[in-house]
Design a protein around this ligand. Structure first.
Ligand code: DQA
Length: 142
């Protein structure tokens, strides 16, 4: 089982950006966490982060025929990107949406998720653990 883990804009600044919301752990910590949990679950992961919408779209398209599922935290593009939604629909791979914070308890605009419309499940507000839950879901239930 191979999973593509995609992270959107500003997640590279974890540890620095709004630590009261996202915590003090860095993006490197997140990558290490995902790799360790993937090893435990017995799945292979490819982890990518981009601040550019088109690059995320390219990576989703290129996932077709290469991976068995996608875990995606589109970050701010969650709430704006029809292009990412369409790319997920186009490849039709099992996908799960993750958010570190509780997007439903923040500003009203964060309650809208376009990408989520193409995802089988959403894990929000669990911090790093949401990625483990998403990988577990795709490895066992999808
Ligand atoms: C986020 C929530 C988004 O609203 C925000 O724009 C992010 C991170 C999260 O993981 O909680 O950048 O996706």
């Amino acid at each position: 089982m191979k999973l593509l883990i995609l992270n959107g804009p500003n997640l590279n600044l974890l540890g620095v950006r709004e630590p009261e919301i996202y915590g003090r752990k860095t993006y490197a910590d997140l990558e290490n966490y995902i790799r360790a949990e993937a090893l435990r679950l017995g799945c292979e992961v490819e982890i990518r982060q981009s601040n550019h919408e088109g690059e995320l779209v390219d990576w989703i398209q290129q996932a077709l025929g290469r991976v068995d599922g996608i875990v995606i935290n589109p970050a701010a593009y969650t709430h704006t990107s029809v292009a990412i939604l369409d790319a997920l629909k186009a490849v039709s791979l099992p996908a799960v949406e993750v958010h570190l914070s509780d997007v439903d308890e923040r500003e009203p605009f964060r309650r809208i998720s376009y990408a989520g419309l193409a995802c089988r499940k959403t894990f929000k507000s669990f911090g790093f653990e949401g990625y483990r839950m998403a990988m577990d879901f795709l490895c066992s239930d999808a």
